[in-house]
Each structure stands twice: as C-alpha cells, then as structure tokens.
Design a protein around this ligand. Structure first.
Ligand code: 4AZ
Length: 838
C-alpha cells in the first residue's frame, strides 16, 4: 500500500516536469499574442488541476493524511495560545505571591499625642509617613530590596516604657522559587541589624535616619494575608476601644450577627496601666479553634508570638487575663449560629510585686502569696519578690501550693514559672494536688518570674513557719511532695502523699487471715480469694466510708467491693454499678486456625482476631498511622496526649480515625475529628498526664455495632494487682529496629507490674503511670502503639476495662524495662468532666 502510493506520487511529478519543459518552449514561440498565451496558460493550469484532482481522487489516504496534519497543526496552535494565556494570566500572577509580616517596635523619645489614636488625623498620617519612609529605606537597601513592596502603619499607641509603640504591616512580593529569602527571621534580622548599627552609648535605642527605635522592642512575625486585609485601615470589622481611667469596667458584647466573619477589637488603656479582660460567658461550638475561637493577643496586631490566650471551648464561669502592657487585641472567629460573647475590660495600674513578710513564731498559716493579678491567669511576663523574715533562726518558711510544685531546674527551660530561692533556681509545674515547699532559712528571698509563652493558670500558696530540725509534726512521715502524713498511713495501700512516696518500697503486706486484726485493705474485696476461708471477699457490698479503695455508687454511698463496676452483679443499693455497661464485651468471633493464632510477631505479639478488640482505633495523621486510640462511645475516643500535643499534630483536620479494623486499610468506618482535649497538665518532659480525648465530627453508625464497640472505663477504685494479665494491642512496630509496620492488628499479653518495681526500673514514675510487661521484655508495645489500649478483664469471661493507655518506655522489648501506660483509673473525673452522658 505504502509503496503503491509512493510510485503514483513519483509518476505525477515526472508528468509535471515534462509539461514545464513544453511550456517554456511554447512561451518563447508565441510571445506576440499575450491573450492567446494567457488563454493557453489558463487551459494548461485547468488541465493540471483536473489531473491533480484525479490523482487525489485516486488516493483518498493522502487526503486523510493532510487532514490529520491540518488538525494537528490547528490543535497545536490552540494549545500554544491557551498555554500562553494561562501563563500570562494565572501562573505569572500566582508565582508572584504576597508574603505578609506583622511587626511592632517602640519609638523612644517621641511624645505620644492623643491624635495618634485616630488613623485619619493629620498627626497620625504625618508620623506614619515618617516611619513608613524609614522602614522602606531600610528594606530598599537590604538583600531583599527587590522583593519588598510596602509598609503600612496600622497603629500608634502610647507605651508604658515611654514613646510611641508602632504596629505595622510589611508586604513582600516573592516569586515562588525565592520564597525562603523572606523568612521571618531574615526580615526581623534586617530591621534589628539596622538599629544595631546605630546603637549608641550602651542604650537599646538606635537611630534609624533620626528615628529612635528600641531594638529590644522589635518583633516581626509572618502573618496571613486574610489577617492583613481584615485588620487593615478601613476594615468594617475592626473596633477600637480605649480605657482611660483605671478600674472602670467597660462592657464588651459580641453577638452572632457577626457570624461567619473574622472581627477584631483593639483595646488600649492609659500609659502605666495594663488591660484586664474578663470573659463572663462565651457560647461557641467547641472545635479546637478550628471553627469558633477568640484569640487574645498581647499586641494590636495578630502576631503569633504575642498570643496571650485562645478560647476554643465554651466559657460559663468567668475567666480573666491581663496584658503585659497597655494594648490588647481580641480576634473573634465565629461561624454562623447563636454565638455570644459577654465580657468586660478595664485598665489596671501596673503592680509592683515586691513584698516584705514578717512571720509570727506560732504554728498555722500566716498568710497567702499569689501570682500577680490572681485570680486572673498568670500573665506572660511578670516578676515578684517576697522577702520573708522569721522570728528565730530555728524556723524556716513552708509554702503550701494548691496545684503547683517547685522542682530543681535542670538543663531545660522553665515553662511554667522560674523561681530563685536563696540563689538556687527552681522550675514551677502544674499538678493536680497540693505540695509543700520548705525553705530552711531565717530570712529567705523568693523571686518568681513568669516564663510561659501564653497566659497560664494562676497559683497561690499559704505560708507558715516550720521547725527546720523537724519539718513534720511528731508521728508524721515526710512525703516527697513535702506533705506530712500520719506514720500509720505509710504502706496502707493508699496514696496519701499524692506521689506514692508513702507507698513505695513497702514489703508486700502479709496476708494475716486468722488474726482478729483487720486484713490489709489491699486484700479486702479485691475480687481475689486471698484467704482460704474466703473472709476477705465477704460482705463486700456493705457500705463503708469513702476512700480511694472503695467503690462509690451513683447515690454517693461507698461499698468495699473495689471492682464492682459492670461485673454483672448489682452491688450498689441503687444498682448504679451495673448501669451504662454496654461496653467491653466483644461479640465472640469465629476461632481461627491455631497456626494463625500462634504465629510469633512483634515483641512477642500475635495476630489479633476479627472483632476481638472492637474498641481499637487507628489514628492516622496525614494519611499515615501515627497512634492508637480506644472508643469510649460513638462520638468519643481516648488516646495519649503526646500524640496531639505538638503544634503540627494539634490540627484535627490532619487526622482520621479508622474504626472497626483488623487489617490496615480495611476499616469499617473512617471518621473525621472535631477536636482534641489534651490534658491541661500534660508534661512533655516526663509524659505525666499523658491522656487526651478525641471527639469525632459525627457519631459512627449504630449499624456497625458488631465491629465497633466501646471499652469500659474502670472505676477510680479499680485495682488489678501485680501479675494480673492484660493485653496490649496496636499496629505499632514489631521491634525497635523494625522499619515496616504490620498490616494485621497485633496483640501481646503483659502483666501488671507493681509501682515499686516500676520505679526500680525507671526512677521517675508518677502515680498517673502504670507499668506492664514481662521480665524478659519479650512482650511489649512499641512506636505506633502509643495512645492505644491496655485492656484488662477482672475475670475470664467478664467485661474488658481500659486500664492503661500506651505512653512510653525505654526502647521496646528490653528486659526489665517494661512498657509505661497512663493509669486510666486516675482520670475518671477528668474524663467525665469533658464527656457528659458517658
Ligand atoms: C512510642 O514511641 C513507644 N515499649 C511506645 C511504647 C513503648 C516505647 C515507645 C514501650 O510510641
């Protein structure tokens, strides 16, 4: 076919060549008659066209080919045109994106005039122009000059340190590829360097083209374009309020008619004062600040480094917080709905926190020291000094804190307060119990500095004198928390010291069953027959005084039976112990072959069976398994705080919960997350309070009850004595060196380890922690299992309880280094405070 076409094309070319030769001869002969020649040429041209047509008719393939070429050319041209248009109008525009910075600095030696408060006054405009000009010339002569676009002065306010505080926006236009060249640190450094070069006489004020700028006050933060446009001059949603007279309350109310918008209120107060904001009530949908939020800034622009506090949950009891200087910004983000904020603000004169305290010699509390502005939240920056004077050198000062504890400072920074007590440095930390800090000196000086990034819980401490040679009264034991407890409480099975220091290294209490003296409380009604006569397990439903080892019924009465909850027997008079027990009872699954069930896997684990752990959840961050969790209800999961506490991990939109799953990727239900409730005392250094609740956006459908089921929460009194066997489950690594996660859910059997033994292994074990493992270490949890359950049954066939949450450990599967779990029984009140109707 192809050869035939080539041949015919060759033939026609020869004919044409022949004709051309003839025509040249013809023209040369008949040169006289032009008309005739033209006629002849026309005839010849027509003849040639007819012949060409004949050839084309003869060859339709050639026709198609030309058409194809034509179409290709047309399409190509269209694509080129469209691509050019796209590049010109979209990519070119997008590849030059704006980068926005919010900044502030103090202009010293300039007197503030009230007209500066109004952006439309000529005084503001003239001052703003001057500052704008200075900033512009700094950046126009810097390494980022080509990217710098403009500076907009947003606010001029009077400042407690004197001069004028300037808040400004800076805009850079950056081609995508050059993005990093306008990093926050670089932009900030350019301004600081310029001031630094002009510093004189060891002062912090440098002169930028005659403008006296305080280098210590410079702060530049990258910000959102939307923040710029919504706070810009002329925005509909910015309100400015001023408190000129101290202690006068000015009401602040925001209603849902603002719904769906980002609105701002800028507060300023007279120089020398600070601002106290009181939130009386705030009605929003709790959503981890994703949808509704009030963010309070210690500045007049939304600067990340100046966040004082974020309200992401509804507020019903008043909370107040205090700014560091005389400015504050409230940024409301409210979605549609009935959202209401009610509060007030007032100017307060700055406190000089310097106290001389002379203590009387007698016993008992002599007074109270508090954090500045208590009960307002602890400010971001503050300093207080207390100088105590004791009447005798034999006496020292005892400070009894409510929810706070001082610990010797180590290499790390203090996050919740920095203390200097007689030249020794301590860090403050929040705890959920009281502590006593003793200073064995006659005239100690105690200095406190706030050191948190945002406002924190306030503290107070009662002070009293104590005898330095005998801190506790006669017959008392000194706990590591500084508390004094009666000696007979040592080793009684109850955590009287709040840090178990009265319960560690106790010899195992003897089981004296025959004597008339009472049996150790550990053995009474713990569900195990400790005396052959069974006397330790009789009359367990009889009411007793309430304590940490008794079960509290719904009506408030307490019974001796420790594990009364959901054990199938109504023990409480009001039968409340058997209420809400639709949990921890997996539907029996078909038995799998023994070979599958005994296949050795991770740190002694084996494949779990379908439906065996229906509360097990796999938490995926950015599409990857990151942690485990357990279902508590159709809307709430429970996991470890460390899974969600870092900034990057705290965004619920990045997470998905996979429920009713045995093999990764085969979840019966995948749920979006509404919010995380991370324990407020979670300590990232030692993993104390490592617990978090996870609220799903939507409840999982009840039709999946066969595959997804909640686990039972233990009662606060629940005890599983050492050696009790439980199971840890998860899709975490199978060894420390493992690089591949298992597909099938793994389960490993581990034994509860006594707190004393756990402390022997690790030292710093808090009462909120629990160890479980096997001496060889062969069965253990590992990376990826965190947040998942340690499930325990009181007896075979009984319901399963969430005794622990996988938290930490030294490596995985190491001998005598068991897994450390969050002790869930310690958090029942906390869980119930956040999940009503559980
Ligand atoms: C972890 O990194 C982790 N062997 C969890 C548990 C254990 C160790 C590490 C316990 O998530």
């Amino acid at each position: 076919m192809e050869t035939a076409r080539e041949e015919s094309a060759q033939g026609s070319e020869d004919d044409a060549a022949q004709e051309d030769a003839t025509s040249v001869a013809d023209v040369s002969v008949e040169v006289a008659t032009v008309d005739a020649t033209l006629n002849k040429l026309c005839r010849r041209y027509n003849r040639r066209r007819r012949r060409a047509k004949k050839i084309k008719k003869k060859n339709p393939i050639l026709d198609l080919q030309n058409l194809a070429i034509l179409i290709t050319v047309v399409v190509f041209v269209i694509v080129v045109i469209m691509w050019s248009l796209l590049w010109v109008f979209i990519f070119r525009r997008e590849s030059n994106s704006g980068v926005y910075f919010a900044g502030m600095f103090r202009v010293a030696n300039v007197e503030f005039i009230p007209e500066y408060r109004h952006a439309d006054s000529s005084e503001f405009v003239s001052m703003a122009n001057r500052i704008q000009h200075v900033i512009t010339s700094v950046y126009r002569t810097s390494s980022v000059s080509r990217l710098y676009k403009q500076t907009v002065i947003s606010d001029l306010s009077n400042n407690n340190q004197g001069g004028v505080l300037v808040h400004f926006w800076m805009i850079f236009v950056v081609p995508h590829l050059k993005g990093p060249s306008v990093c926050e640190d670089c932009v900030s450094a350019i301004l600081k360097d310029s001031v630094h070069m002009s510093l004189k006489n060891r002062s912090s004020v440098g002169f930028l083209q005659g403008l006296p700028v305080d280098i210590d006050s410079i702060l530049v933060n990258v910000a959102l374009r939307s923040d710029y446009s919504s706070t810009a001059v002329g925005s509909q949603c910015v309100d400015k309020l001023y408190a000129g007279v101290p202690d006068v309350s000015i009401p602040l109310n925001v209603f849902s008619s603002w719904g769906g918008l980002s609105c701002y209120i800028k507060l300023t107060s007279a120089p020398g004062s600070v601002i106290r904001l009181t939130v009386k009530s705030f009605r929003i949908d709790p959503s981890d600040c994703v949808y509704d939020a009030l963010t309070v800034y210690d500045s007049l622009l939304p600067m990340r480094g100046m966040i004082l506090f974020r309200f992401c949950e509804p507020v019903s009891a008043p909370i107040s917080l205090v700014s560091t200087s005389n400015v504050m910004l409230l940024s409301f983000r409210l979605t549609q709905g009935n959202k209401i904020f009610q509060g007030l603000f007032q100017a307060l004169m700055e406190e000089q926190c310097m106290n001389m305290i002379a203590l009387p010699a007698g016993p008992g509390d002599a007074g109270v020291i508090t954090s500045p502005f208590n009960p307002s939240l602890l400010p971001r920056q503050c300093s207080c000094t207390w100088m105590f004077q004791m009447p005798s050198s034999a006496l020292g000062v005892a400070l009894r804190f409510q929810n706070y504890m001082l610990k010797l400072k180590d290499l790390q920074n203090c996050e919740h307060g920095w203390w200097k007590v007689n030249e020794i440095i301590y860090c403050g930390n929040y705890v959920d119990h009281s502590t006593v800090f003793r200073i064995p000196a006659q005239n100690p000086e105690v200095v406190f500095r706030c050191s948190s990034r945002s406002a924190a819980q306030p503290f107070s401490a009662t002070y009293s004198s104590y005898n330095t040679s005998q801190p506790c009264p006669e017959g008392h034991f000194l706990c590591s928390t500084g508390l004094c407890v009666e000696k007979f409480r040592r080793c009684d099975g109850l955590d009287d010291c709040q840090d178990e220091s009265d319960e560690i290294f106790c010899s195992k209490p003897p089981k004296i069953c025959e004597s008339s003296s009472p049996l150790h409380p550990l053995y009474i009604c713990n569900g195990e027959m400790d005396c052959s006569s069974g006397k330790d397990e009789i009359n367990c439903t009889q009411e007793t005084s309430c304590s940490g080892v008794s079960y509290q019924c719904g009506n408030g009465a307490c019974i001796l039976k420790k594990n009364a909850k959901c054990d199938g027997l109504p023990d409480c008079y009001d039968r409340s112990d058997e209420k809400d027990c639709a949990c921890g009872n997996p539907t029996p699954s078909k038995r799998v072959s023994d070979s599958a069930a005994t296949q050795q896997r991770i740190v002694g684990g084996i494949n779990a069976l379908e439906g065996e752990w229906p509360w097990q959840v796999s938490m995926h961050f950015s599409g990857q398994l990151y942690c485990g969790a357990s279902a508590l209800s159709d809307e709430w999961l429970i996991s470890a705080a460390h899974c969600f506490s870092k900034e990057r991990l705290a965004d619920p939109r990045m997470w998905m919960a996979h429920l009713g799953m045995l093999n990764q990727g085969n979840a019966k239900h995948v749920a979006e997350i509404r919010r995380f409730v991370v324990h407020e005392y979670y300590n990232a250094r030692n993993f104390d309070y490592d617990i978090a609740l996870v609220q799903l956006k939507k409840a999982w459908p009840s039709s999946l009850a066969q595959y997804i089921q909640p686990i039972c929460l233990p009662a606060p009194s629940q005890t599983f004595t050492e050696g009790h066997r439980c199971w840890v489950t998860g899709w975490g690594y199978r060894s420390e060196q493992d690089k591949v996660l298992p597909t099938v859910l793994q389960k490993a059997e581990v034994s509860i380890i006594s707190q004393s033994e756990c402390k022997r292994s690790y030292g710093a074990i808090s009462p909120r922690m629990l160890c479980a493992g096997v001496p060889s270490g062969e069965q253990d949890a590992c990376r990826g299992d965190s947040g998942g359950p340690l499930s325990c049954q009181a007896h075979s066939g009984g319901r399963w309880f969430l005794t622990g949450i996988v938290s930490w450990g030294s490596g995985c599967g190491r001998p005598n280094l068991p897994g450390v779990y969050t002790r869930v029984a310690k958090f029942i009140d906390w869980i119930q405070r956040h999940i009503q109707n559980l």
